[in-house]
Design a binder for this molecule. Structure first.
Ligand code: ASP
Length: 584
């Protein structure tokens, strides 16, 4: 028997028992006559002791143990002389009578400690060592607990978990597809699902009524801290529902997760905001509501007074950084540098501060004291506050002010990871126009239905149509989203036309769905939630890779197994594929 107990299990009440443990050597300490070994497994650390009473060869073996050796020991649980209150097993040690090295280990390339010295890339290359560290293991445990809670909750609500295929046809979710060549049908390709969107809709046509799946999705797009080429969604669909039914169902799931995982109660309904409101008041469709700093439009007050930057602008808009009036010149200049970075792309910030000396702005010569007083009144400004005002083309200015708002939120410590502000954003535009091609794109995906009252405008005035879609936003992160779907062939065909598909194209790509809509498709809708993101939100960190067992780096590589990689000529030949640029 390899072990009678785990390394996290033994307490004072076990004293006197003979036990067998197995695990990894965390460290050994040789103190003259005594040798201590910390033995670690997933459950904890237990101290092993060897002293002058121990057999000489046994002590020699104990002394020779290196970090991460795998060992197997038998001994008696003994009360410790100097107890360690920081360890659950800290009251006992094992006085060992047998010690066997099951496997040696090279010195690990970084320390297997909570605070390791290993950089990201090195830890990803040796991810199996990284996962031995507590924080990494705890992340996987959190992920597991959340997955279990999701499954239990949805199952109790009659949702069926149904698996859908991975080798499919393109599902347009706005990214590039990963494709897989078919050997048996040369020249043809499968696409990996960007989501199971069409399959879950077909499950509704099939009468499944309530579906969910914790499922891998694949999108070939540029990567960031909260994006991976393969990621996991909690994917859901319901039949015979309206938007309210869906929001209620998944608000229930979210509340259940908050309660069961974090012990947080949300009594009232989640806040709701229309897309237009979110853009107007926060300059983005996923506002972080942990703090205020709502946008205030100053255009009418600020324009027409001879200050050219404001006069030429489509929009003059600002936020109130409360309590920042005494920021130094260096600090306010740093904010200007921040918004001038190409990622933000603004030209500058106009300040109005209210100190003991009264209101003072960087544009005093264009505005009278009374006029500045009116600005202050519009912001409900108090002494001690600092207004940050930006101007320019409306959308760009809002976008830049959003960046500034978030930056200030960080700088002022207003974005506490332990506070959660969930929000439904609703009534998105159905379509957006691509600046360069002038073509319409689905803002969500092409299966999203218009709000019923806008449906008649779909072909005549596409830009005016709002979608029956919703996003769940928590703390400025889009955690999920979905929509009521089109379930009528004619409307789906009209949508494809607006998106620029020829009828033939639409039939080639989505004939299966259009056909299904002719065999009794029920009204349906659903949503999908980014599981990796949700776990990282609850884990209080922003990099989703910390919560994925084997993540890819920012270049989309798995540096542990070294993928992607070349394949043999023979394999290529079999697939009927020629490669133009071979990797070295
Ligand atoms: N398939 C969508 C997505 O992946 C979610 C949905 O509409 O249910 O974003």
């Amino acid at each position: 028997m390899y072990r009678t107990h785990t390394c996290g299990e033994l307490r004072l009440s076990n004293a006197g028992q003979t036990v067998t443990l197995a695990g990894w050597v965390q460290r050994t300490r040789d103190l003259g006559g005594m040798t201590f070994v910390d033995l670690r497994d997933r459950y904890g650390i237990t101290q092993l002791t060897f002293n002058a009473d121990s057999d000489a060869t046994l002590r020699e073996t104990a002394r020779s143990l290196g970090r991460e050796f795998v060992v197997h020991v038998t001994g008696i649980v003994t009360e410790r002389q100097s107890k360690n209150a920081n360890m659950p097993t800290g009251e006992v040690e094992i006085f060992c009578s047998e010690l066997k090295v099951l496997n040696g280990a090279k010195t690990p390339p970084f320390t297997i400690e909570d605070e390791t010295d290993g950089g990201d890339e090195l830890r990803m290359k040796y991810r199996y060592l990284d996962l031995r560290r507590n924080p990494a293991r705890k992340s996987l445990e959190l992920r597991h607990r959340m997955a279990m809670e999701v499954r239990n909750y949805l199952s109790a609500q009659n949702f069926l978990e149904v698996e859908t295929p991975v080798l499919i046809k393109s599902t347009p979710e706005g990214a590039r597809d990963f494709v897989v060549p078919s050997r048996m049908n040369q020249g043809e390709f499968y696409a990996l699902p960007q989501s199971p969107q069409t399959f879950k809709q077909l499950l509704m046509v099939a009468g499944i009524d309530r579906y969910f799946q914790i499922v891998k999705c694949f999108r070939d797009e540029d990567l960031r801290a909260d994006r991976q080429p393969e990621f996991t969604q909690i994917d859901c669909e319901m039949a015979f529902v309206e938007r309210e039914d869906i929001l209620r169902a998944f608000e229930g799931m979210a509340k259940h997760l908050f309660k069961s995982i974090l012990g947080k109660d949300f009594s009232g309904p989640f806040l709701r905001m229309s897309y237009d409101e979110a853009m107007r008041d926060y300059g983005c469709d996923k506002p972080d509501l942990r703090f205020g700093m709502k946008f205030v439009d100053l255009s009418d007050l600020a324009q027409g007074k001879g200050f050219k930057v404001f006069d030429d602008a489509e929009l003059v808009v600002g936020i109130n950084a409360e309590g920042c009036a005494n920021w130094s010149r260096k600090q306010t200049d740093a904010l200007i540098d921040y918004v001038k970075r190409p990622q933000v792309g603004a030209t500058g910030i106009v300040y109005l501060k209210w100190t003991e000396e009264g209101l003072k702005s960087t544009v005093d010569k264009f505005y009278s004291a009374d006029q500045l007083q009116q600005w202050a009144a519009r912001f409900n400004m108090k002494q001690g506050d600092l207004l940050c005002i930006m101007a320019g083309e409306a959308n760009r200015t809002r976008k830049a002010l959003n960046e500034l708002r978030l930056h200030l939120g960080d700088a002022l410590g207003l974005r506490d990871p332990g506070t959660f502000k969930p929000l439904w954003v609703v009534d998105f535009p159905l379509l957006e126009k691509d600046g360069s091609s002038g073509r319409w794109h689905a803002m969500h995906h092409p299966f999203t239905s218009p709000l019923p009252e806008h449906a008649h405008l779909l072909e005549s005035d596409p830009g005016a149509v709002k979608a029956n879609a919703y996003d769940l936003v928590i703390n400025g992160t889009e955690i999920g989203g979905g929509s009521i779907r089109i379930h009528d062939r004619a409307m789906q065909e009209a949508m494809f036309r607006v998106l620029g598909f020829t009828d033939e194209d639409a039939r080639y790509k989505f004939g299966f769905l259009l056909d299904a809509f002719e065999y009794g498709a029920p009204p349906h809708g659903g949503a999908a939630f980014g599981f990796d993101r949700w776990v990282s939100l609850f884990g209080g960190r922003t990099d989703i890779r910390d919560f994925i067992a084997f993540p890819k780096n920012n270049a989309g590589r798995d540096v542990m197994i070294d993928a992607p990689s070349r394949i043999d000529e023979d394999q290529l030949k079999e697939l009927g594929i020629g490669v133009m640029h071979r990797a070295p």
